[in-house]
Design a protein around this ligand. Sequence first.
Ligand SMILES: NC(=O)c1ccc[n+]([C@@H]2O[C@H](COP(=O)([O-])OP(=O)(O)OC[C@H]3O[C@@H](n4cnc5c(N)ncnc54)[C@H](OP(=O)(O)O)[C@@H]3O)[C@@H](O)[C@H]2O)c1
Length: 348
Amino acid sequence: MNSSEINIAIVGATGAAGGTALKLLLERNHPADKITLMASERSAGRKLRYDDTELIVVHAKADAFEGIDVALFAAGGDVSRRLAHKAVERGVFVIDKGSIFRMDPTIPLVVPEVNGDDIDWHPGIVSTPNCTSTPLVMVLDAVRELSAISAVTVATYQSVTGTGVAANEELLEQSRTVLAGGEAKPDVYPHEIAFNVLPHVDDFLEDGYTKEEQKMLKESRKILHDDDLLVSATCVRVPVEISHSESVQIEFESDVSVDDARRVLASYDGVMVVDDPSQNKYPMPLSAAGRDEVLVGRIRKDIAHENGIALWLACDNLRKGAALNALQIMDEALRRDAFKPAAQRTTT
Ligand SMILES: NC(=O)c1ccc[n+]([C@@H]2O[C@H](COP(=O)([O-])OP(=O)(O)OC[C@H]3O[C@@H](n4cnc5c(N)ncnc54)[C@H](OP(=O)(O)O)[C@@H]3O)[C@@H](O)[C@H]2O)c1
């Protein structure tokens, strides 16, 4: 059975991550009659364009999962908490994009290029990482073959679509208002995001880090199977629509050359090196948006650390950071025969 034969539900299809999943299904020519779109009761009956047809959004509730093979959950933690296990009870393979299952030791947290093997022990649910952790662990996995990594310092520059559709609308609305001489009113964020930068992503914790920053540490450890890895993150929201960028400093246990780092990154699946400063070529959010690869550049010796390499990356947060990674998990699970589609469940 291949992925075009299975029934896929997108929970949160009217949102930023869910909408991108729908776009990716179209790019992959997935048949329209094998897609079920779910969202809140508010959106029930809404029609979303899919190629030359329209798909009708249904209210996400337990019964709606009958006959579904794979459900991509992108509707926030409360919805996943309420419905993911009910979907699993109905035989559905759940891929969850939210944060609630990520650190559950019984649920794998997967970036297929890094730890696809972890799909094998799923209990019906596989979790996908935070959109900043995904590109980071791909880069770390590529370079750790050169030397063990002792510590990572990262600063993120995160786009507003990482917060969802409403945040993107807020950026555009505030920008228009300010350019017209008016005063921007914050709603989604605690301060205005237009023409500003917020060193604040997710809630603050007692140790001074934010939850987002803690996720980058804990998720990296789980995905890379390295409980000793140190990741100190500063997560920053910037007035960019799509793609998160990261300034990454990696400290190795032994010396690593820039050429070797560039070589292993260039040959890593899903990573593209864009690194020609003399021609002003380096990763940018605008060049990463709409692309599947993690773009990596500005690879150089980190003069502040003896065995350090510094680099810069940009990654489409809605694609590899969310929807694409989820679909790749589905493909990998199918390849591994890691779940039973509904048609096979009824005939065996
Ligand atoms: N955006 C990203 O870059 C990104 C990356 C990785 C992971 N994620 C995760 O993906 C999830 C969605 O994020 P988003 O950015 O796409 O948010 P979003 O644009 O705000 O979309 C939220 C979606 O959830 C639906 N929803 C809300 N309440 C619901 C309910 N009670 N029942 C059913 N559906 C409900 C919404 O439907 P209505 O339109 O009907 O309200 C909408 O489709 C979050 O868990 C987030 O952490 C997002």
